[in-house]
Design a protein around this ligand. Structure first.
Ligand code: DX5
Ligand code: ZN
Length: 228
């Protein structure tokens, strides 16, 4: 009797998908969230026009998304001194809050505050920032987000050096025995999703690849298919 061999192509872990609502049609926010109800998280990109050269949206849109959907709200704060607004975002409906190492002088305190608010605590860093910047807090976070484009805009091209950064972080987290997620954000498509998962990513953010020409659910399915 033959025993089916474990496919060498099988992935080491399941990968969650987090469509970014930055790419959706905000005049139809409720429908756009319904279209991704099969996703794991809704990724919410908050930009202040200071930390990044673009302004997206803030608390009222998060609160509206919260009312319209029961999805986990994965809030990515691209704002200066995010510690000023952690409570507000928690109260507006965030389930997880991720802050940039470059945006605060008190990274560890910000992470502690997010946990004290009862939310999943994440840290992230720009492509030009050394991974060493997050290393001191790795044991205290629930998620590390690897930016695979320079933050500020959707629809940019994936930076291939991000793959090696994911591999390094995976090694560091494994060494610590940490179960923290590794999320990747920027230029994620069906063409690179599998390589990212193989490198150790456990959450993939995608804006334009999901809310593309034929809408949320179809884009989500294409990404999922790339991960089988
Ligand atoms: C970039 C944002 C991303 C962006 C992803 O600053 O953090 O979440 O919306 O968009 P795509 O998938 O189009 O690169
Ligand atoms: Zn993001």
């Amino acid at each position: 009797m033959s025993v089916p061999a474990l496919s060498s192509a099988s992935l080491p872990r399941t990968v969650k998908l987090a469509p970014s609502i930055l790419a959706c049609d905000f005049s139809r926010l409720g429908e756009e969230l319904s279209a991704i109800s099969g996703a794991d998280y809704a990724h919410v990109d908050v930009m202040d026009g200071a930390f990044v050269p673009n302004i997206s949206f803030g608390l009222p849109i998060l609160a509206a998304a919260r009312r319209a959907s029961s999805l986990f709200m994965d809030v990515h704060l691209m704002i200066e001194r995010p510690e000023r607004y952690l409570r507000d975002f928690a109260e507006a409906g965030a389930d997880g809050i991720t802050v940039h190492v470059e945006a605060t002088q008190h990274l560890h305190r910000a992470v502690q505050s997010i946990r004290e608010l009862g939310k999943r605590a994440g840290v992230t860093l720009n492509p030009g920032t050394s991974l060493e910047a997050v290393r001191p807090v790795l044991a205290d976070v629930d998620l590390v987000l690897v930016m695979s484009v320079n933050p500020g805009f959707g629809g940019q091209k994936f930076l291939p050096a991000s793959l090696e950064r994911v591999r390094t972080l995976r090694r560091w987290l494994d060494e610590l025995g940490s179960g923290a997620e590794i999320e990747v954000d920027g230029g994620v498509t069906p063409a690179n999703a599998r390589a990212l998962a193989e490198a150790g990513a456990t959450v993939l953010v995608a804006g334009s690849a999901v809310y593309g020409p034929d809408g949320g659910a179809a884009g989500l399915e294409r990404l999922r298919a790339a991960l089988i």
